[in-house]
Structure formats: structure tokens, C-alpha cells
Ligand binder design. Structure first.
Ligand SMILES: NC(=O)c1ccc[n+]([C@@H]2O[C@H](COP(=O)([O-])OP(=O)(O)OC[C@H]3O[C@@H](n4cnc5c(N)ncnc54)[C@H](O)[C@@H]3O)[C@@H](O)[C@H]2O)c1
Length: 292
């Protein structure tokens, strides 16, 4: 049974653990959180899991490492130093980081050639994409192995040609999120209506075709050139940017619209997962694996 070490048992680490565990990997989870055993009992029951707060021992004997610890460079540096010292040649050290550059995480690390970004979208067990981002020191072998493992898990790994701040997924997401914040601040639309607007338009569209494909179709038989020279050429407005000083008011409105706390989180996550599962198969993605 291959062994994966998951570093961090937060939102992303637990989901990775369920994915690897359901695919037949022996899972080692390392996290200093005091309730680690409760987390394993609640979310990872029925899987082959060893939980520990000792990263060094969790890493020893691993065939693959998926790091999902805090998004702080100094913590990542420490974690990857421990991982480098406790894993063997050829073992991929993949970070789930949302935007930290692999070259920064790998700076001064003796296993820099084995460090790569394997950035999932939340929740990794359901979302097909994993962005595979090599740094300049990442070896081609590391990238190939990471791609191979993610494919075997039923994911769609997309390899970026080079590292770039925010990678691709989160650069696109940032544009939408900033504009959503700005439009609510400007009093153009309320929080829940904005979410519905996106679900009923861009969300559904992008689940089926990408922005360039959409442009081809929006241009009719003449294709994207017609769209760019026509409709798009008239969109000359400034898109503006949200005011950081007014973020708090929008956050309050989001809390009011959806609620906060464990109950709200569980309810919203269950709804998201149910809807995601419902569309994955008809859209041609691998059947999501379900743990027992
Ligand atoms: N939340 C998302 O939507 C999302 C999506 C994609 C990628 N990511 C990335 O995944 C990573 C984890 O994010 P998250 O949202 O799960 O964070 P989180 O805060 O939910 O979990 C982080 C976990 O790391 C643990 N931790 C702290 N120090 C540690 C150490 N030294 N060793 C091991 N574990 C340690 C914490 O106790 C916590 O349980 C980040 O790099 C983030 O950028 C997050």
C-alpha cells in the first residue's frame, strides 16, 4: 500500500486525506492541533490513517507528501526543511499553497528539485483541478510523478509552463472576488443576489466551456474575432477596485446572508458537495470517490 503524508489537518488537508485514503493509500496526517484525534475520528473513519503531531516521523517512509499547512512562508520553509530531511530520493514534496511561489518555498532547501506546487481547489476530494506549478529548480521527474499521482486519484492535473504569482486559478478568482466586493461596496447589488447572478451565468457556463471557448461561441460563426471587434470593443468602462477600508461592512453583510459557525459551515458545505457531486458525472469528470 503506498504511503502519503498529509501535512496539516485543516480544511484542505482533511479533504486530501479522504481522497488519498479512499484511493487505497495509507495516510499519515501530521498536525499540532490538540484535537487531531477527534478530527480523524470524525472525518477519516474507515480509512487507513495514522495521526501524529510529529512531522519528522510522519514523513519517514512516505512515497508522496502533500503539504496543506498554514499559508505562511516562514512556516512552509520550516515544514519543507523537515520534509527534506526525512524523505528519500524521488519522493515528491507537493505544497497545496494558494499563491506562494515554489521557488520561494524551495529557497535554500536541499530537496528543491523535489518541491512542486500541487494546488487544489476546495474541496480537493471533489474538484477535478490540481494546478501543478514547478519552480526553476523543480526537476521534470518531480512534475511527471506529481501529475501521475494526481491522475491516478481521478484529478485533472494542469501543469503551468512557469511559476507566476497567484498561479492561474487564483489570479482569475481574485479578479472576480475583487469585482464582487467592489460592486457591493458601490451599492449596485446585494451579496446574495451577486452569488445567484454568478451561479446562474458565469458559474454554469464555466462548468461546461472555458472563457476562450465561450468567446468563440459568443462571436457566432465568425468566431471570437467578431466578439472582440464587436461587443468587447464597446466595454471601455473602468472596472474599479474595492476599498479595503470598507471590506468590514461587506463581510458583515456576508455573515448576515449566510450565517457563521459550525452549523452554518456544515450546512453550506453539504449543499456545495451535493450540488458538485450532482454535476461531476454528467460533465464527464471521474466519479468522486466516497469514503466509508
Ligand atoms: N482553504 C482553501 O480554500 C484552500 C484552497 C486551496 C489551497 N489552499 C491551501 O492549502 C493550505 C491549507 O489551507 P487550509 O485552508 O486547509 O488551512 P487551515 O488553517 O484550515 O489548516 C491548516 C492546518 O495546518 C496546521 N498546522 C499548523 N502548523 C503546522 C505544522 N507545523 N505542521 C503541520 N500542520 C500544521 C494547523 O493546525 C491547521 O489544522 C494553504 O497553503 C492554503 O493556501 C487552501
Amino acid at each position: 500500500m503506498p504511503v502519503v503524508t498529509i501535512v496539516g489537518a485543516g480544511v484542505i488537508g482533511v479533504s486530501w486525506a479522504r481522497l488519498f485514503g479512499a484511493a487505497g493509500w495509507e495516510v499519515r496526517v501530521s498536525d499540532p492541533r490538540p484535537d487531531l484525534r477527534d478530527v480523524v475520528a470524525e472525518h477519516l473513519s474507515g480509512l487507513s490513517v495514522v495521526a501524529t503531531d510529529d512531522l519528522a516521523s510522519a514523513a519517514q517512509g512516505a512515497d508522496f507528501v502533500q503539504e496543506a499547512g498554514p499559508e505562511r512562508m516562514e512556516i512552509k520553509e520550516q515544514m519543507f526543511a523537515t520534509l527534506a530531511a526525512n524523505t528519500g530520493e524521488g519522493v515528491v514534496l507537493a505544497s497545496s499553497s494558494s499563491s506562494l511561489l515554489p521557488s520561494h518555498i524551495a529557497a535554500g532547501n536541499p530537496a528543491a528539485d523535489r518541491i512542486v506546487i500541487g494546488h487544489p481547489f476546495n474541496p480537493p476530494e471533489l474538484m477535478p483541478l490540481v494546478e501543478v506549478v514547478p519552480g526553476p529548480q523543480t526537476s521534470p521527474k518531480t512534475v511527471e510523478r506529481a501529475v501521475e499521482v494526481y491522475k491516478a486519484l481521478g484529478k485533472l492535473p494542469i501543469r503551468l509552463k512557469k511559476e507566476y504569482p497567484g498561479f492561474v486559478g487564483n489570479r482569475l478568482q481574485k479578479v472576480i472576488n475583487d469585482q464582487a466586493m467592489y460592486l457591493v461596496q458601490e451599492g449596485v447589488i446585494d451579496v446574495a443576489d451577486l452569488d445567484d447572478l454568478v451561479r446562474a451565468s458565469l458559474g454554469l457556463r464555466y462548468a461546461t466551456i472555458g472563457p476562450f471557448q465561450s468567446g468563440v461561441l459568443g462571436g457566432g460563426p465568425a468566431g471570437i474575432r467578431h466578439l472582440i471587434e464587436g461587443i468587447a470593443s464597446q466595454m471601455t468602462f473602468e472596472i474599479g477596485a474595492p476599498d479595503p477600508a470598507r471590506t468590514g461592512a461587506v463581510v458583515d453583510a456576508v455573515d448576515e446572508a449566510y450565517g457563521t459557525g459550525q452549523e452554518a459551515y456544515d450546512r453550506l458545505a453539504a449543499l456545495r458537495d451535493e450540488r458538485t457531486r450532482a454535476v461531476l458525472r454528467p460533465l464527464g469528470w471521474a466519479e468522486p470517490r466516497q469514503e466509508g
